[in-house]
Write a protein that binds this ligand. Sequence first.
Ligand SMILES: [Zn+2]
Length: 115
Amino acid sequence: MKRVSITAKMRADIFMRHDGVCHLCNMKVVPGQDWDVSHEQPLEAGGRDDASNWLVAHRKCHRAHTGAVDMPLIAKVKRIHQRHIGAKKSKSPMPFGRGSKLKRKMDGSVVRRDS
Ligand SMILES: [Zn+2]
């Protein structure tokens, strides 16, 4: 996914729109503190790369949040996607489930799925 490159003017607009308040700790960003434009919903988890998804965050808060919340979420989104497109199959399918070679019919008899 191509990221939008955020110019200094856009950064200033985002900063003013949110009054320079970090959305993670709700503290003001004071001059001299490093801050990032944070995506409320990560791009890898379907978030939009536009002003509706941009927030202000201290660099420190942003890094911590990315590691603790965003990365596990992104990993989960990827796992679900892999399963959805059939790139990944369960190693332990439910007994007689759709992933199993056997199926149990309504009358209780067990038959092979490939027959
Ligand atoms: Zn913060």
